[in-house]
Design a protein around this ligand. Structure first.
Ligand code: ZN
Length: 257
């Protein structure tokens, strides 16, 4: 039986309206307003269990550890009087969930646009991460090809004067890594007192910001868990370093901008 045209239209419209609303939101998201946002905290990875092209990070669940640390740092920055936003890749989609390859591509395209908006706004961009403990994971520390740890990373393809100045201040003046070490985080061998240069998509965009940008690996994830416990306990243990980081960013911005 043929469906009468008015019924098709009304069915279509019921389906269409939310879709149109989504498109409007998507258009707004492609040029997000971040003017007045002092700090954007980038969480970079996809959540555990969601569609991923190896973007789940350490142990497939880096966001479990990043998210509470990002919330804590946001609070510490707000206590310094700074306006803060946290960028989460899945939140760039209306569904707030990455279910497939198309979602993945759209979410990261919008995420990169958000980073560009933060650069445009002169925000300070902080990418928070936890490092792989060691690679291969079953190797001993002595035998591992890669031994991870707390470190500050910048991308030399994208180093504004501010990015260079901020990363150097955090490393040499504030000695954030040494604070992390005092709290019990293992530092990355050979990068305890120098910046690590690494190609990274977030830094490639963010490093151009007049507010400066850097990637901070807070600790090797497995070591942090064995040392401190669950993600909330890890955040609590690293809290003094995150407080110090917030104070250092506030000082940098008030001197620089
Ligand atoms: Zn990571």
């Amino acid at each position: 039986m043929r469906t009468p045209l008015p019924l098709i239209l009304s069915t279509l419209c019921a389906v269409c309206l939310p879709l149109l609303a989504d498109h409007v939101n998507a258009a707004e998201r492609s040029q997000p307003e971040l003017d007045g946002v002092a700090v954007l905290i980038a969480t970079d990875h996809t959540r555990p269990g969601e569609y991923s092209e190896a973007s789940n990070g350490a142990e497939g669940r880096e966001r479990d550890y990043i998210d509470p640390a990002a919330d804590y740092l946001a609070g510490a920055l707000r206590a310094q009087g700074l306006t803060v936003e946290i960028a989460r890749v899945e939140e760039q989609l209306p569904t707030a969930r990455i279910a497939n390859k198309l979602d993945f591509d759209n979410a990261y395209a919008a995420y990169d646009d958000l980073l560009r908006s933060a650069v445009h706004a002169g925000s300070t961009i902080v990418a928070l991460h936890f490092d792989a403990d060691r690679l291969p994971p079953e190797a001993s520390l002595a035998d591992a090809e890669y031994v991870g740890g707390a470190q500050i990373i910048v991308d030399d393809r994208s180093l504004s004067a501010s990015t260079k100045a901020l990363a150097t201040q955090l490393l040499e003046q504030d000695k954030i890594l040494q604070t992390l070490a005092r709290q019990g985080a293992r530092l990355r061998p050979d990068y305890t007192d120098k910046l690590r240069m690494q190609k990274n998509q977030t830094l490639h965009i963010a490093g151009k910001s007049s507010g400066g940008a850097f990637l901070l690996e807070l600790a090797p994830q497995q070591q942090a868990r064995e040392q401190f416990g669950n993600p909330q306990q890890v955040t609590r243990a690293l809290g003094p370093a995150l407080d110090q980081l917030a104070e250092a960013i506030a000082r940098f911005r008030s001197a620089q901008l």
